[in-house]
Design a binder for this molecule. Structure first.
Ligand code: ZN
Length: 164
């Protein structure tokens, strides 16, 4: 179960709409003991990597996200200093539904060094996925839905989102 403040959830939606037609991304940092996760927006560096090295990064940012490792480390260190922890990450899907794709599962390495078939090192990590559909003008763009996924002991399954 992901617990997130309304204003933070709204910030993710605004970021997802603003960065369309690229996927947006960021990290969730859980405050202790409230259990509420705060949002830290990140730059989706996938587009830059794709342009620099399309052989190793065949997807552009319309179908993939990549959080800059340095940015992730800074957020992790700041979270530890305040007694919190990185509880997961979020990203948007462009013109398709909010689901946990095979590519999303491959990218859980962001939190662990998991090989296919292994249990995750961080089984508590949550992955929030938003679905954004765009029209020609930005005012017609919409976050159509969202779902959160977490490891259930054998696979990534949908878990609840409580907006507080
Ligand atoms: Zn995805």
């Amino acid at each position: 179960m992901l617990r997130i403040a309304r204003e933070d959830f709204d910030r993710i939606c605004a970021q997802a709409l603003a960065e369309y037609p690229h996927e947006c991304c960021g990290l969730l940092v859980e405050d202790m003991p409230s259990g509420v996760s705060a949002v830290h927006t990140c730059t989706n560096v996938q587009q830059q990597r794709h342009e620099e090295d399309p052989k190793h990064y065949p997807r552009d940012a319309s179908t993939a996200y990549l959080i800059d490792a340095g940015e992730q480390l800074r957020i992790e260190e700041a979270a530890e200093k305040t007694g919190g922890r990185v509880s997961g990450c979020y990203h948007s899907h462009i013109d398709c539904a909010a689901y946990f794709s095979a590519e999303d599962e491959r990218r859980t390495w962001i939190f662990n060094s998991r090989e296919a078939g292994d249990d995750p090192d961080d089984p508590d990590a949550m992955y929030l996925v938003l679905s954004v559909y765009g029209e020609e003008t930005s005012s017609q763009r919409k976050v159509q839905g969202y779902k959160c996924f977490a490891w259930d002991g054998s696979r990534y399954a949908e878990t609840g989102v409580e907006i507080v």
